[in-house]
Design a protein around this ligand. Structure first.
Ligand SMILES: C[S@@+](CC[C@H](N)C(=O)[O-])C[C@H]1O[C@@H](n2cnc3c(N)ncnc32)[C@H](O)[C@@H]1O
Length: 214
């Protein structure tokens, strides 16, 4: 698994664009599905503040400790071990978020549907998933053999509609670069090979901003 701090460097901009687009603010209750090490959970917690709450949900029990460490200064982050397919929270939330998760689950539609059910009526569902093979290293496509759905980003708006959600906005963003820097570091971490001065376009991240109907 890739280190989340590194990923956050290169994919931070799409995250902030999405959170700006939906107007996340103090006091919101959120769930971060497939929270991993908790980078996104902590970013959400910083915005929702002490009056808000962030449920950091992951099917991997070891994620709880990693989230607890990352969120040690954020009392509003609650780590839960649960599969996204079974998502069930103590209360309805304003936002259900996932990033780099639907690409790994058995059934992305089921997880999106559960995320829609977890938010209040008119609540927000935001998913950010890659189109892995649209990334390029020196002109050659990326591959990610370990992922069940490496290109699920390409289906994301349609999946949100099939999950019964109203799609408010959708777009794709891809960090790019050549030579030393965070993009080359990320590729080196992902593939084990430093791309040197080769041109890189990282896998575009498709963002869908959707709402549960009233
Ligand atoms: C690539 S990491 C992404 C972490 C985080 N969302 C981020 O963007 O930094 C994928 C995470 O999804 C979790 N995951 C995989 N399948 C899951 C499922 N069915 N339900 C919940 N979490 C799952 C993994 O345990 C892992 O922590």
């Amino acid at each position: 698994m890739i280190e989340l701090g590194l990923r956050n460097d290169v994919y931070r901009r799409p995250l902030m664009t999405a959170l700006d687009r939906l107007g996340l603010r103090e006091g919101w209750r959120c769930v971060d599905v497939g929270a991993g090490g908790g980078d996104v959970s902590v970013a959400l917690a910083e915005i929702v503040g002490r009056d808000g709450r962030v449920y950091a949900v992951d099917s991997d029990p070891t994620a709880r400790d990693r989230v607890a460490e990352a969120a040690s200064a954020s009392a509003q982050v609650v780590a839960i071990t649960q599969a996204g397919e079974d998502l069930l929270l103590p209360e309805p939330v304003d936002l259900a978020f996932c990033r780099f998760v639907l690409m790994h689950v058995h059934d992305p539609l089921q997880v999106l549907t559960r995320m829609g059910a977890a938010v209040r009526p008119r609540g927000w569902v935001v998913a950010q998933e890659p189109v892995t093979t649209a990334g390029r290293i020196d002109g050659r496509p990326f591959s990610m053999p370990d992922a069940r759905h490496p290109d699920v980003g390409a289906l994301l708006p349609a999946l949100a509609l099939r999950a019964g959600l109203e799609v408010i906005d959708a777009w794709a963003e891809a960090p790019a670069g050549a030579g030393p820097g965070p993009v080359a570091d990320y590729v080196a971490h992902l593939t084990g090979v430093n791309p040197g001065d080769d041109p890189v376009v990282l896998p575009p991240l498709v963002t869908v901003v959707a709402r549960r109907p009233a």
